[in-house]
Ligand binder design. Sequence first.
Ligand code: GRF
Length: 205
Amino acid sequence: MLKAAVLVSGRGSNLESILKAIDSGTLDAQISIVLSNKAAAGALEIAAKHNVPAITVESRGISRAEHEERVLAALSEYQFDYLVLAGYMRVLSPEFLNHFKDEATGLFTVINIHPSYLPAFPGPNAYDDAFNDGVAESGVTVHLVDEQVDHGPILAQQRFGRRPDDTLDSFKERGLAIEHKIFPEVLQRLSKEGLKSVAPGVVKQ
Ligand code: GRF
Protein backbone atom coordinates (compact mmCIF):
# COMPACT_ATOMS: atom_id res chain seq x y z
CA MET A 1 0.00 0.00 0.00
CA LEU A 2 1.36 3.38 -1.03
CA LYS A 3 0.72 6.20 1.39
CA ALA A 4 0.78 9.64 -0.16
CA ALA A 5 0.29 13.28 0.59
CA VAL A 6 -1.01 15.10 -2.49
CA LEU A 7 -0.20 18.75 -3.16
CA VAL A 8 -2.59 20.67 -5.41
CA SER A 9 -3.25 24.21 -6.61
CA GLY A 10 -6.29 24.04 -8.86
CA ARG A 11 -9.01 22.01 -10.55
CA GLY A 12 -7.93 18.63 -9.19
CA SER A 13 -8.71 16.35 -12.12
CA ASN A 14 -5.52 14.37 -11.51
CA LEU A 15 -6.35 14.03 -7.82
CA GLU A 16 -9.75 12.75 -8.88
CA SER A 17 -8.25 10.18 -11.24
CA ILE A 18 -6.06 8.92 -8.39
CA LEU A 19 -9.00 8.74 -5.95
CA LYS A 20 -11.15 6.95 -8.52
CA ALA A 21 -8.40 4.40 -9.13
CA ILE A 22 -8.21 3.80 -5.37
CA ASP A 23 -12.00 3.44 -5.15
CA SER A 24 -12.12 1.01 -8.06
CA GLY A 25 -9.33 -1.11 -6.58
CA THR A 26 -6.82 -0.61 -9.41
CA LEU A 27 -4.56 1.48 -7.18
CA ASP A 28 -3.50 0.17 -3.79
CA ALA A 29 -2.91 3.50 -2.09
CA GLN A 30 -4.11 5.73 0.67
CA ILE A 31 -4.14 9.51 0.51
CA SER A 32 -3.29 10.74 4.00
CA ILE A 33 -3.78 14.42 3.23
CA VAL A 34 -4.49 16.76 0.33
CA LEU A 35 -2.81 20.12 0.74
CA SER A 36 -3.62 23.12 -1.42
CA ASN A 37 -1.81 26.43 -1.57
CA LYS A 38 -5.06 28.07 -2.71
CA ALA A 39 -8.32 28.11 -0.76
CA ALA A 40 -10.36 28.24 -3.98
CA ALA A 41 -8.87 25.10 -5.51
CA GLY A 42 -11.51 22.74 -6.88
CA ALA A 43 -9.29 19.89 -5.71
CA LEU A 44 -10.39 20.59 -2.13
CA GLU A 45 -14.00 19.78 -3.02
CA ILE A 46 -12.92 16.62 -4.79
CA ALA A 47 -11.03 15.52 -1.66
CA ALA A 48 -14.09 16.23 0.50
CA LYS A 49 -16.31 14.23 -1.86
CA HIS A 50 -14.01 11.25 -1.34
CA ASN A 51 -13.75 11.79 2.44
CA VAL A 52 -10.05 12.54 2.25
CA PRO A 53 -8.70 15.13 4.71
CA ALA A 54 -7.78 18.36 2.97
CA ILE A 55 -6.20 21.59 4.15
CA THR A 56 -5.10 24.90 2.68
CA VAL A 57 -1.78 26.53 3.41
CA GLU A 58 -2.22 29.80 1.57
CA SER A 59 0.86 30.91 -0.35
CA ARG A 60 -0.31 34.39 -1.30
CA GLY A 61 1.44 37.27 0.45
CA ILE A 62 4.28 35.30 2.06
CA SER A 63 7.76 34.32 0.90
CA ARG A 64 8.47 30.94 -0.61
CA ALA A 65 10.62 30.02 2.42
CA GLU A 66 7.83 30.96 4.85
CA HIS A 67 5.25 29.06 2.84
CA GLU A 68 7.40 25.96 2.65
CA GLU A 69 7.96 26.07 6.41
CA ARG A 70 4.21 26.19 6.95
CA VAL A 71 3.63 23.34 4.50
CA LEU A 72 6.25 21.20 6.25
CA ALA A 73 4.68 21.92 9.63
CA ALA A 74 1.23 21.00 8.31
CA LEU A 75 2.46 17.81 6.63
CA SER A 76 4.27 16.69 9.77
CA GLU A 77 0.87 15.87 11.27
CA TYR A 78 0.33 13.13 8.69
CA GLN A 79 1.99 9.88 7.74
CA PHE A 80 2.99 9.21 4.14
CA ASP A 81 5.79 7.73 2.07
CA TYR A 82 5.47 9.82 -1.09
CA LEU A 83 4.63 13.40 -1.88
CA VAL A 84 2.54 13.55 -5.05
CA LEU A 85 2.33 16.81 -6.98
CA ALA A 86 -1.00 16.79 -8.81
CA GLY A 87 -1.17 20.20 -10.44
CA TYR A 88 0.86 21.90 -7.71
CA MET A 89 1.95 25.08 -9.43
CA ARG A 90 4.85 25.98 -7.17
CA VAL A 91 8.53 25.21 -7.48
CA LEU A 92 9.90 23.35 -4.44
CA SER A 93 13.25 24.51 -3.06
CA PRO A 94 16.14 22.07 -2.54
CA GLU A 95 15.81 22.73 1.22
CA PHE A 96 12.19 21.60 1.12
CA LEU A 97 12.99 18.57 -1.04
CA ASN A 98 15.71 17.46 1.37
CA HIS A 99 12.99 16.60 3.88
CA PHE A 100 11.81 13.91 1.46
CA LYS A 101 15.07 12.21 0.58
CA ASP A 102 15.20 8.44 0.40
CA GLU A 103 18.56 7.70 2.00
CA ALA A 104 18.98 4.33 0.26
CA THR A 105 18.77 5.79 -3.24
CA GLY A 106 19.46 9.49 -2.78
CA LEU A 107 16.23 10.21 -4.66
CA PHE A 108 13.48 12.50 -3.48
CA THR A 109 10.23 10.68 -2.86
CA VAL A 110 8.36 13.42 -4.70
CA ILE A 111 6.46 12.64 -7.90
CA ASN A 112 5.21 15.16 -10.44
CA ILE A 113 3.04 15.01 -13.53
CA HIS A 114 3.95 17.39 -16.32
CA PRO A 115 1.88 18.03 -19.44
CA SER A 116 4.61 17.68 -22.05
CA TYR A 117 7.08 15.10 -23.29
CA LEU A 118 9.99 16.32 -21.14
CA PRO A 119 12.57 17.70 -21.64
CA ALA A 120 10.43 19.56 -24.21
CA PHE A 121 8.33 22.41 -22.83
CA PRO A 122 9.08 22.66 -19.14
CA GLY A 123 7.27 25.43 -17.26
CA PRO A 124 3.76 26.22 -16.09
CA ASN A 125 1.94 26.39 -19.46
CA ALA A 126 3.25 23.39 -21.32
CA TYR A 127 0.09 22.52 -23.31
CA ASP A 128 -0.24 26.11 -24.50
CA ASP A 129 3.46 26.38 -25.25
CA ALA A 130 3.54 23.14 -27.26
CA PHE A 131 0.33 23.95 -29.15
CA ASN A 132 1.39 27.52 -29.95
CA ASP A 133 4.74 26.22 -31.10
CA GLY A 134 2.95 24.15 -33.74
CA VAL A 135 4.32 20.77 -32.64
CA ALA A 136 3.27 17.66 -34.59
CA GLU A 137 3.10 15.77 -31.32
CA SER A 138 3.44 16.40 -27.64
CA GLY A 139 3.05 14.19 -24.60
CA VAL A 140 2.78 13.70 -20.89
CA THR A 141 5.48 12.85 -18.34
CA VAL A 142 5.44 11.48 -14.80
CA HIS A 143 8.78 11.93 -13.08
CA LEU A 144 10.57 12.01 -9.77
CA VAL A 145 11.36 15.56 -8.80
CA ASP A 146 14.96 16.77 -8.46
CA GLU A 147 16.43 20.21 -7.75
CA GLN A 148 15.71 21.48 -11.27
CA VAL A 149 12.29 22.56 -12.46
CA ASP A 150 10.28 19.90 -14.36
CA HIS A 151 13.27 17.61 -14.30
CA GLY A 152 14.31 14.32 -12.72
CA PRO A 153 14.15 10.56 -13.35
CA ILE A 154 11.33 9.74 -15.76
CA LEU A 155 8.80 7.21 -14.48
CA ALA A 156 6.46 7.17 -17.48
CA GLN A 157 5.95 9.11 -20.69
CA GLN A 158 3.35 8.92 -23.39
CA ARG A 159 3.11 10.86 -26.64
CA PHE A 160 0.01 12.08 -28.41
CA GLY A 161 -0.30 13.61 -31.85
CA ARG A 162 -1.68 16.97 -32.77
CA ARG A 163 -4.62 16.66 -35.16
CA PRO A 164 -5.16 19.07 -38.07
CA ASP A 165 -8.48 20.21 -36.60
CA ASP A 166 -7.20 20.48 -33.03
CA THR A 167 -8.02 23.53 -30.98
CA LEU A 168 -6.01 24.27 -27.86
CA ASP A 169 -8.92 22.85 -25.86
CA SER A 170 -9.17 19.57 -27.77
CA PHE A 171 -5.38 19.24 -27.64
CA LYS A 172 -5.37 19.72 -23.87
CA GLU A 173 -8.29 17.35 -23.42
CA ARG A 174 -6.44 14.55 -25.18
CA GLY A 175 -3.36 15.15 -23.06
CA LEU A 176 -5.37 15.23 -19.86
CA ALA A 177 -7.02 11.90 -20.64
CA ILE A 178 -3.52 10.42 -20.85
CA GLU A 179 -2.51 12.11 -17.58
CA HIS A 180 -5.49 10.56 -15.84
CA LYS A 181 -4.48 7.12 -17.03
CA ILE A 182 -0.72 7.13 -16.51
CA PHE A 183 -0.51 8.87 -13.12
CA PRO A 184 -2.49 6.19 -11.23
CA GLU A 185 -0.61 3.50 -13.19
CA VAL A 186 2.77 4.83 -12.08
CA LEU A 187 1.59 5.10 -8.49
CA GLN A 188 0.41 1.51 -8.60
CA ARG A 189 3.82 0.40 -9.85
CA LEU A 190 5.42 2.30 -6.98
CA SER A 191 2.96 0.77 -4.57
CA LYS A 192 3.84 -2.74 -5.63
CA GLU A 193 7.55 -2.47 -6.21
CA GLY A 194 8.84 0.75 -4.68
CA LEU A 195 11.42 3.10 -6.11
CA LYS A 196 13.62 0.36 -7.54
CA SER A 197 11.03 -0.60 -10.10
CA VAL A 198 10.24 2.85 -11.35
CA ALA A 199 13.75 4.15 -11.78
CA PRO A 200 15.77 1.08 -12.74
CA GLY A 201 18.37 3.19 -14.50
CA VAL A 202 18.93 5.26 -11.41
CA VAL A 203 18.46 2.82 -8.57
CA LYS A 204 20.82 -0.12 -8.18
CA GLN A 205 18.80 -3.34 -8.19
C1 GRF B 1 -2.25 19.18 -15.29
O1 GRF B 1 -2.22 19.40 -16.68
C2 GRF B 1 -0.88 18.81 -14.78
O2 GRF B 1 -0.13 18.05 -15.68
C3 GRF B 1 -0.24 20.15 -14.58
O3 GRF B 1 -1.27 20.98 -14.08
C4 GRF B 1 -2.53 20.47 -14.52
C5 GRF B 1 -3.34 20.21 -13.29
O4 GRF B 1 -4.65 19.84 -13.57
N1 GRF B 1 0.92 20.06 -13.73
P1 GRF B 1 -5.59 19.24 -12.43
O5 GRF B 1 -5.61 20.28 -11.28
O6 GRF B 1 -5.03 17.94 -11.97
O7 GRF B 1 -6.94 19.12 -13.06
